[in-house]
Ligand binder design. Structure first.
Ligand code: XMP
Length: 317
């Protein structure tokens, strides 16, 4: 019978035998899978696990700093690498969604390769791959999959020559959460909504600038904090905001405004393959909309996305 405790015990034992005194490199994303993989490996090999957490400048507001602190608090040997400028420079002027993904994937590999090369004598690359990633031939989840889907572009980066270790590859998401809980990982971290690897880049329709990222981070933080404060966060599978590439007319005092429109999206789902929009309370939507328009400069209109998947996707790009 599968229990999370016995999984942890037997996997830690197996990892110890397999890895011995070898050094292992792991990319942390702030998500559940890589975090659980990291804590499991840390239990097995301690400081020989070298974690790299890259800020691509497209994370949620304050996410990089707060998650990095959390990782350090868990005792992980982690290096935070702020590569925001490098990502934003590479993305300048790009509007096509697939081009954005490719660019982010490429820059991620460059940054990760630079960092991994600084870790001398590393023998292994650990990944937080879970069972659904294994069975989907083309997976788009997290830095690990970004590595997979782009590793054939322009020759192998050095870290791809490492042997791969994937301690979660037989687990489903709910099992990963239970394993995380049995190792004492913060329930709030384990209950986080999925967040795409390309981050806010695919929620900013059209081209990306640091100003647009800032606006969307503010809007997203108001929405997500509001969901949490109103006990709605855990009832929703995924939520976020989109910044639309159009201006609309509004009125503020006796001034005419011509500013950005944002769309809020919240969905119910089990695996992201299909999804229904969530019937959030009108009072909540009303309060959130007012807060966004009053607090976020540059936004004068908020709409709520009432499309299900299919045919609409969860992300707008
Ligand atoms: P869609 O928009 O395809 O999203 O309905 C389904 C789930 O996948 C996430 N998603 C991505 N995750 N890289 C990722 O790591 C991506 O390029 C990507 N695109 C979509 C999305 O957030 C949702 O959870």
């Amino acid at each position: 019978d599968w229990t999370s405790d016995s999984f942890v015990d037997s996997t830690v034992q197996e990892l110890k035998e397999k890895l011995g005194d070898d050094k292992v490199v792991l990319g942390l994303s702030g998500g559940v899978d890589s975090t659980v993989a990291g804590v499991l490996l840390h239990k097995a090999i301690g400081k020989n696990l070298h974690c790299i957490f890259v800020n691509n400048g497209l994370l949620r507001k304050n996410e990089f700093e707060s998650v990095l602190k959390q990782y350090e608090g868990m005792g992980l040997n982690v290096k935070g690498v702020d590569a925001s400028a490098r990502f934003l420079d590479a993305l300048a002027g790009i509007s096509d969604p697939e081009q954005k993904r490719k660019t982010i994937g490429r820059v991620f590999i460059e940054v990760f390769d630079d960092e991994a090369n600084k870790i001398e004598n590393a023998k292994w690359l650990a990944q937080g791959t879970i069972y659904p990633d294994v069975i989907e031939s083309v997976s788009v989840k997290g830095p690990s999959a970004t590595i997979k889907s782009h590793h054939n572009v322009g020759g192998l980066p050095d870290f791809m020559k490492l042997k791969v270790v994937e301690p979660l590859r037989m687990l489903f998401k709910d099992e990963v959460r239970r394993v995380g809980a049995s190792m004492g990982i913060d329930p709030e971290l384990l209950g986080r909504h999925p967040f795409p690897g390309p981050g806010l880049a695919i929620r900013i329709l059209g081209d990306i600038t640091s100003e647009k990222v800032r606006i969307l981070q503010e809007v997203d933080a108001i929405f997500i904090d509001g969901l949490k404060e109103n006990g709605l966060y855990n009832k929703v599978w995924q939520a976020g905001a989109m910044l639309l590439p159009v201006n609309s007319v509004g009125v503020m005092g006796d001034e005419r405004t011509y500013e950005k429109v944002v769309a809020l999206r919240a969905v119910e789902s089990t695996d992201g393959m299909t999804a229904d929009w969530v019937n959030l309370p009108y009072e909540f939507l009303q309060k959130t909309s007012n807060q966004i328009i009053n607090k976020v400069k540059g936004v004068n209109r908020v709409v709520y996305d009432i499309s299900s998947k299919p045919p609409a996707t969860i992300e707008w790009e």
